[in-house]
Design a protein. Structure first.
Length: 146
């Protein structure tokens, strides 16, 4: 009789990685994670960025005028934090869609960033990858819309 509870416990542990993966790699979780990414950029949340950016992260900006890797982006955020100047007033996303294939999710949509004198709207495509039950931002491509 003692084997039945042990068996249930072992089966329960074996399902844990699957449920952790499902919690991360589904449309609603990725939309929420992506909204948190936008908020982290607005608020210069270094802790979130350090734990969410993949080691191989790359961000290609409009017309590839600028490309950031993980270290470049983190250094820029640290610099902005120390300068106490953050001219971004808001970041508002809309028309967000998610495509998932295995352990990779692509989030697309539009973000309007208000830095003054007038807001700029960007089309974005971000790629998230799931590893060990956690999603990481691997790539970001943004294109300003004229």
């Amino acid at each position: 009789m003692k084997l039945i509870p042990l068996f249930i416990f072992i089966v329960g542990l074996s399902v844990l990685p699957i449920s952790a993966q499902e919690n991360c790699m589904n449309p609603e979780s990725l939309k929420k994670l992506d909204a948190t990414w936008e908020k982290a950029l607005l608020e210069l949340n270094l802790d979130f960025l350090e734990t969410t950016l993949s080691e191989d992260f790359i961000w290609v900006h409009t017309h590839a005028v600028k490309t950031d890797d993980r270290n470049t982006l983190l250094a820029e955020v640290k610099n902005n934090l120390s300068s106490t100047i953050n001219n971004t007033r808001s970041r508002i996303s809309r028309d967000v869609k998610v495509i998932i294939s295995g352990t990779t999710g692509v989030v697309t949509g539009f973000t309007t960033v208000d830095r003054g004198p007038s807001p700029t709207t960007y089309n974005f495509m971000r790629t998230y990858v799931q590893s060990e039950g956690k999603c990481y931002l691997l790539a970001n491509h943004t294109m300003a819309i004229p």
